[in-house]
Design a protein around this ligand. Structure first.
Ligand SMILES: Nc1ncnc2c1ncn2[C@@H]1O[C@H](COP(=O)(O)OP(=O)(O)OP(=O)(O)O)[C@@H](O)[C@H]1O
Ligand SMILES: [Mg+2]
Length: 286
């Protein structure tokens, strides 16, 4: 998939409007009281259709700021579709239609005054299939900085992002080679570096570790733990142990595009409310 950034002029103001509720109350409590964090993304009855086919049904969830939220569920249940709603990547699919409300810092990202390019600068994404550009490793990572008109030290930011993505040691002596010459797992980490370089507020990751070996997987998990101190991370994974290890909140989607349960990760894995969730987690179906 090609990147949609064609117009760097955006309405950042529309996205950074004051957040009315945020200064009123203290931390919000989750059902089990384990996690305290304000929601940064709130999905309210989101439905998604591809043509006549409904892919998501009334998805309602609060994604906490500076935490890791995992989305799990069987293939085809709508995890990637939901992730793409958050930064309006579904806009690029001609048959896709979204209704409901998707709030980012209390502002509906589907409001007409929201510029999707500006939105994606704040909500970066790592896709299910790594998609480096046919450019050098350095230029791949610097891409988002250019779009944003970054006037700081680009090379320093590129190095920082590649270190963050646990790729620096493997590529620091060949930054001018094409990103396409990297292995699949390295390409995935390059795309992670590209996503974090512009310093977004939220990073959406669609199975970022699916093509990685165990060492790189554990590096990416460490990276996610590190970046969640500063960023909000939403990660789709098929790996239950990974979800249990790295996330604070877990949402379980099941066939038909339904979000069956959303709660603290520990609760989902130890004592879920729904039998269907327990069956899925324990491998009885899905
Ligand atoms: N571009 C598209 N056009 C039409 N239908 C689509 C498109 N993308 C996804 N769908 C459909 O929407 C549903 C949800 O797909 P989605 O890719 O969101 O699932 P997923 O949970 O991410 O699956 P996986 O775990 O295999 O990646 C599926 O029925 C799929 O066929
Ligand atoms: Mg998917």
């Amino acid at each position: 998939m090609s990147e949609p950034e064609t117009d760097a002029e955006g309405t950042d103001e529309a996205l950074s409007s004051p957040t009315p509720g945020s200064e009123v109350a203290g931390d919000s409590q989750s059902d089990s009281g384990v996690l305290t964090a304000e929601p940064i993304i709130q999905s309210r009855d989101v439905n998604v259709f591809y043509g006549d086919e409904q892919a998501l049904q009334n998805i309602t969830m609060d994604i906490p700021e500076k935490r890791v939220t995992a989305l799990i569920g069987p293939s085809g249940c709508g995890k990637s579709t939901f992730l793409r709603c958050i930064n309006r990547m579904n806009d690029l699919i001609s048959t896709a239609r979204v209704d409901g409300e998707l709030l980012f810092s209390d502002k509906n990202v589907y409001d007409t005054d929201v510029d999707p390019v500006a939105l994606r600068r704040k909500i970066g994404m790592v896709f299910q299939q790594p998609n480096p550009f046919p450019k050098s490793i350095r230029d791949n990572v610097a891409y988002g900085l250019e779009i944003q008109g970054f006037d700081g030290d680009v090379d320093a930011r590129v190095e920082e992002a590649l270190k963050g993505a646990a790729l620096w040691d493997e590529v620091n002596d060949r930054l001018d080679e094409s990103g396409l010459e990297l292995s699949g797992g390295q390409q995935h980490r390059l795309c992670i570096a590209r996503a974090i370089a512009p310093d977004p507020e939220v990073i959406l990751m669609d199975e970022p570790a699916s093509a990685l070996d165990p060492v790189a997987t554990s590096q990416v998990e460490d990276l996610i733990a590190d970046i969640s101190e500063e960023y909000t991370v939403v990660i789709v994974t098929h790996n239950m142990q990974q979800a249990a290890r790295i996330s604070d909140k877990t949402g379980v989607f099941l066939t038909g595009g339904e979000l069956v349960e959303f709660d603290d990760t520990q609760k989902i894995f130890e004592n879920p409310e729904h039998q269907r969730v327990e069956d899925y987690i324990t491998g009885k179906f899905g």
